[in-house]
Each structure stands twice: as structure tokens, then as C-alpha cells.
Design a protein around this ligand. Structure first.
Ligand code: AN7
Length: 356
């Protein structure tokens, strides 16, 4: 039997280029190998040749699984008894699942009332200790860092070096699928971990000779939490895109270097723009992502408007999380269902579009 890449999981798929793990310590749920989807209608709307890297199809519905397979495999290899993280939601869902798989206790600390419903459900049902605080993600991260420094509990936020090692594999998949690097690589930025990981992945591919040119990196942020765009931390971050509601990016130095060294940049989009692109991507292409993921499209639109990204450029946008993560926002952005009696004529009026 020859296993598909999805069955292998990404540690086995890219074994020769990742940290070494004993087979018995590999914690995988079949992450990675997500589709790269050509998006011609959405691309026309943006004036670019657009591809979507649909990371919402990972096992827990976000790109975080790429970093959790490596982080939890390392934790298992080290004999860790417990892992901890702060999270805007997706990290907690992924950590909870991979810790469950590893048989390791998991504690997640989240900003109370600011985590999308699907993500909360995932962490809770997987058996993590879910702790809400009256504070932001940045406050939660400060707290879990102290716990991991003072107690034998492994931090699995992206300060953990194994996280980015796993996440960089997405860049390699894009090169495999496209056959070359895109001109622009666009992704939503919160802590700046993922843009750092992609940049590392592309640079390693350059060193291997798989590509001869690097893509330009575009980081998209929500206007209310745009620390990288502003060049300073945001004390009270706010946005509908709760996954990237982060004011003090942990990887600000590396993320800034990725944008600068690639001749790329950062772009902000406001909540209305993010929600508009959240609708466009599913109505144009049938791809349902969470609002934070649509921030990459909204940021790209603004980078096009400002002349940073040229017309006709080949662009890969990362859709970092699945739309099912945040059903509340999808419902509030949609027309409600039409209620009718269970009668033929009532349905016919709607089918034919005639007024009642
Ligand atoms: C869908 O889950 O930080 O720039 O705690 O969930 O690497 O932080 C999530 C981040 C983009 C930003 N898109 O990535 C968490 C968390 C989605 C996300 C980001 C996140 P980074």
C-alpha cells in the first residue's frame, strides 16, 4: 500500500527536512497537504492571478495543526506531562486535539467572550482545561509564559521553536503544486508566526535549489490590531476578526524582516472590508473561510489600490481557518432563512420570485 500525503501527515511527508522524531513519538492526525485552489473569479475582482491555500481543511480546521504535530511530537519525545498555550481560538483547538492524541494534559487560556464558537467547542470537547480571563490574548500569553517558566509545563504558542518548523511546510507544498514560487505570498498576521514560517520555508527551498527567486511577502492585518502596519504595539486591539485580535506580536522582528527582506510589506483592512471579502470568497469561489482569513484578501485589495501589488501578479493567499469556526459571523452577514407554511403555492411564489 502506498499512503497518500494526507495519510502520512507532514512529519513523515517531509521527514528529510524536519527535526527528527522516533516513529513512536510522532503525533499526527493527517495534517498538511491542503489544496491550492485556483480562484479566477475572485482573482478578476482583485486584478491578479489568484490561488487560495485552503488551510481550513487541516484536521482541526486551521493551519495551526502544522505546528502542533511538531510541537506535540517534541513534547512527547521529551516526556512532557502537560502543555499550555494562550489563544485567540485556533491554537487552543489544535493544541487540545494534538495533546489528546498524545495523551498529554492540555491547558488553554483565552480572552473571555472573544473566541469564535467553533473553536471553543473544539477545545472543550477534546478535554482541555479551558480557562477564560478578563483580558486580551496578549494578557493571556504573559500569564502562560510565566507558568511554563516556573513549572514543568511545555509552552506550545509559537515561541516554541517546533511550531514554526512544522508551519514552514506550507511553503514547500505551494512550490510542489505550482511548480514555482508565487510572485506574492499574502497571509493574515497576528503574532507574525506564520509569515515568519513561510519566509523560512521559501528560503530553505532557495538553498536547496528548488526555486531560484523568493516571493514577496504581504502581511495583512485588521485595522484595529495592526501593530505591524503601525510599527508599534496596540494596547487595546479590537476587530471582528478575533483570531488576529492581537496587539503585541510575539514574532514582530522576524515578521518585519520577512516583509522587508522580500521587498514586500504590510497592509491593513477595516472590519467592513474584511467582512466584504469574507462574503466574496465564498460567493465567487465556494470557499468558506473564517473572517481572519479573509483579512488576507482585504489586505491584498488595499495593497492593489495603493499600487504595492501590480495588476496581473501571481498571488497565493493563505486562507488560514475554516468558515465553520465562526458560524455566528457567517449568520450575521447573511440573509435569514425564509419561513413559509408547508404548502406548494407558498414555495412556488419563492421559486418564481413573485411577491406574496
Ligand atoms: C485563522 O490561535 O494566534 O500571525 O492563538 O487563527 O502566526 O499569529 C491565531 C492566529 C491568522 C495569525 N489566521 O497567525 C491563536 C492565534 C488565523 C489565526 C492567524 C491566526 P500568526
Amino acid at each position: 500500500m502506498s499512503a497518500s500525503n494526507r495519510t502520512l501527515g507532514l512529519i513523515r511527508r517531509y521527514r528529510d527536512r524536519l527535526p527528527a522524531f522516533d516513529d513512536a513519538n510522532i503525533v499526527s492526525i493527517g495534517e498538511g497537504s491542503t489544496p491550492l485552489i485556483h480562484a479566477p473569479r475572485l482573482g478578476d475582482r482583485l486584478g491578479v492571478n489568484l490561488y487560495l491555500k485552503y488551510e481550513g481543511l487541516n484536521p482541526t480546521g486551521s493551519f495551526k495543526d502544522r505546528g502542533m504535530t511538531t510541537a506535540l511530537s517534541a513534547a512527547k519525545q521529551d516526556g512532557a506531562q502537560a502543555v499550555i498555550c494562550a489563544s485567540t481560538g485556533n491554537t487552543s483547538a489544535s493544541a487540545a486535539a494534538y495533546a489528546a492524541r498524545a495523551g498529554i494534559r492540555c491547558v488553554v487560556v483565552i480572552p473571555g467572550g472573544k473566541v469564535a464558537l467553533g473553536k471553543l467547542a473544539q477545545a472543550q470537547i477534546a478535554g482541555a482545561s479551558v480557562v477564560q480571563i478578563d483580558g486580551s490574548f496578549d494578557d493571556a500569553l504573559r500569564m502562560v509564559r510565566v507558568m511554563s517558566e516556573e513549572h514543568p509545563i511545555t509552552l506550545v504558542n509559537n515561541l516554541n521553536p517546533y511550531r514554526l518548523e512544522g508551519q514552514k511546510t506550507a511553503a514547500w507544498e505551494i512550490i510542489d503544486d505550482l511548480g514555482h514560487q508565487p510572485e506574492w505570498m499574502c497571509l493574515p498576521v497576528g503574532n507574525g508566526g506564520n509569515i515568519t514560517a513561510y519566509w523560512r520555508g521559501y528560503n530553505e527551498s532557495l538553498q536547496r535549489g528548488d526555486i531560484s527567486v523568493l516571493p514577496r511577502m504581504l502581511g495583512a492585518q485588521a485595522e484595529g490590531s495592526a501593530a505591524m502596519v503601525r510599527g508599534e504595539d496596540v494596547l487595546q486591539p479590537e476587530t471582528i476578526a478575533t483570531a488576529i485580535r492581537i496587539g503585541a506580536p510575539v514574532r514582530r522582528e522576524e515578521a518585519g524582516a520577512a516583509a522587508r527582506d522580500s521587498n514586500g510589506g504590510f497592509a491593513a483592512a477595516n472590519d467592513r472590508e474584511i467582512l466584504d471579502w469574507f462574503g466574496h470568497v465564498v460567493r465567487d469561489e465556494g470557499v468558506f473561510c473564517e473572517p481572519s482569513s479573509a483579512a488576507s484578501l482585504a489586505g491584498l485589495a488595499n495593497a492593489r489600490r495603493d499600487g504595492l501589488v501590480a495588476e496581473g501578479a501571481e498571488v497565493v493567499c493563505v486562507l488560514t481557518g475554516n468558515g465553520l469556526k465562526d458560524p455566528d459571523t457567517a449568520i450575521s452577514e447573511s440573509a435569514p432563512p425564509i419561513t413559509i407554511p408547508a404548502e406548494r403555492d407558498a414555495l412556488e411564489r419563492i421559486v418564481l420570485g413573485t411577491p406574496a
